[in-house]
Design a protein around this ligand. Structure first.
Ligand code: SF4
Ligand code: SF4
Length: 197
């Protein structure tokens, strides 16, 4: 796997819980996959349908398609997907703010995409993107280096977890003729989504 120069030397990282990546939806979406839906809806004691109605939206993203070894990008495929519905204040609906304290209401079951940040393929394989996120996220390469060091091998494993999720999503969508409503039947008859389609 070809990582960018900065990541290929390993990085220091520890989340400072600043909440920046949980705010300002203009930075992107937090995708929600089957495993996330099951865990979070169970924690909140909601049916899939109730969970979707309250917290999810549909978006479209040009997903990368990886080879079987999750090494090489073979193509892109635009697919609809579920994402967290950020509120009007542009913050994640699960973000808890109390003075300086910022936390996540579903922390132990937070979406895989949140758990893996900043070790996303798009960040770790592009020097330009890495530099952007290094400035954005105070947890990456902080001045104080007494924080955990992530060796290149560890970063590669984390990137592969993300790629595996994307790979599986592609296969699941393909099996369902790329129809999100077939993939997630509980979305059917939810006016919130029918109007958006
Ligand atoms: S931006 Fe970085 S330091 Fe801040 S909450 Fe997100 S991962 Fe943690
Ligand atoms: S689910 Fe939690 S960790 Fe993920 S963006 Fe929302 S508040 Fe942040």
């Amino acid at each position: 796997m070809k990582m960018c120069t900065s990541a290929s030397q390993g990085i220091f990282f520890q989340c400072t819980k600043c909440g920046k990546c949980c705010s300002n939806s203009s930075e992107g979406f937090i995708f929600i996959f089957w495993e996330d839906i099951k865990k979070i809806s169970s924690q909140l004691n909601l049916s899939y349908k109730e969970f979707a109605k309250k917290y999810l939206t549909i978006t479209k993203y040009n997903f990368p398609i990886w080879d079987e070894n999750l090494e090489e990008l073979t193509a892109h495929k635009a697919m609809e997907t579920l994402a967290l519905d950020f509120g009007v204040d542009q913050n994640c609906i699960f973000l808890i703010e109390n003075g300086d304290f910022k936390g996540c209401k579903v922390y132990k079951n937070r979406p895989k995409q949140c758990k893996l940040y900043p070790f996303w393929s798009i960040v770790m394989t592009s020097e330009r993107n890495f530099r952007y996120h290094e400035k954005f996220c105070p947890g990456i390469n902080p001045k104080n280096s007494a924080v955990p060091f992530f060796h290149p091998e560890t970063i590669e494993k984390l990137i592969k977890i993300e790629r595996k999720i994307e790979h599986n999503y592609y296969l699941q969508m393909k099996k369902n003729d790329f129809d999100l409503f077939r993939m997630y039947p509980f979305l059917q008859n939810l006016s919130k989504f029918r109007i958006n389609k």
